[in-house]
Design a protein around this ligand. Sequence first.
Ligand code: ADP
Length: 429
Amino acid sequence: MSGWLQRSWRASLLRIALIIGLTVAIGLATGLLAWMLALCFAAIAGFHLWQLFALQRALLQKRRELPDFGPWRIVAELIRRRSDRDRDVRRRLLDALQAFRSAAAALPDGTVVLDAQGNIQWLNAAAARLLGLNPRLDQGTPIEHLVRHPRVIEWLAGDPQERALLDVPAPIDEKLRLSFRMISYGSDLRLLVVRDISQLLHLEQVRRDFVANVSHELRTPLTVLAGYLDAVEVEELPEWEPVLGDMRGQCQRMRHIVEDLLTLSRLDVQGAPAADVLPMDAILEELARDARALSREQHQIQVGQCEALSLVGSAQDLRSAFSNLVTNAVRYTPPGGEITLHWQRHPEGAAFAVVDTGPGIPEQHLPRLTERFYRVSTSRSRESGGTGLGLAIVKHVLMIHQARLEVQSEVGVGSTFRCVFPEGRVEAE
Ligand code: ADP
């Protein structure tokens, strides 16, 4: 107990003891001890009741300075201290809240707080600017009533677990591109983050155009160079034969890189692919035949499972993607290895798979295999005539067909490259 509390209690008890002592003395002197004591206790009780009433009134009136309530002063003082402490905590919390709100309001990305029903609870200035909303008037309104782009409405109604990033034109200006992202937090609140990605997309477009233009510009000089190299008569210059052979090889490699870069540029800008119907049994046989020709009898190449299903998509692009996978299997599997092609049912639709008994790929490389020019072993790739762009092309072709590439590999055992197609791209034969 602190000093003033002890002193107050001591003073109060002393006062009561004095009053009772005085009452007893007067009672004994007058012979009315019982009456005097009853009177004394009634007076003490009345006094305390009155003090309690005064304290209650002061508290109800929220008076900051409480008068001296005698023994009840202690209680009044404790209440005052607690309320001061609560007020401090409240002020600190309000300051922190205000600081957070100011920080969120100053964020360059649009931020909208939504409740479980999708009603707007709060939004910052950037959200108001990018989405054309009014921070005061639009509070409490469902977001889909205000942002009317069909893709946004579909995205908001979709499964929250599968909600990916959305990229749409801004409602206020068609030239601006916005990316939408939804984050769940608290018990049932959601945060909609809207970012202006116009600049980013513009830079990406500049990069794409640059690669496409450079590849295009290199194509003609390389064709001319290759033509001259082919025309040189080696018989007349025997000492130049190895040099010329090397030059032809490097020229051919550069032409392959340029062709692959141009294919990637075309796929980058391509919209929906053609809707050819591919008879997969014939295609698997054709791929196996080409692979045998490339392997020159060094591998065992066969068609495994082949379901009676056709694939719908661009025949040219899909053939080139499948051929890339089969060529890789032949190039990376040592002689004597086995390569099997499958066309199977899959829970999502159907899958084309190339299974080899090659060296396998260490796990840490798997996530980066489809990056442009990413190679597990640069020397092995170059030796076998690789450009480092094959799997990037496969990924792009699959992407425009709403399909995806799955790679399973175990070092020393082999690899499986599987293209998984959705149900919508598969037809019964
Ligand atoms: P590259 O032209 O170098 O083959 P890709 O994009 O086709 O380029 O393949 C990327 C890398 O993935 C290759 O360099 C190779 O290391 C690895 N790879 C691809 N297919 C296989 C395979 N079947 N077995 C082992 N490694 C493979």
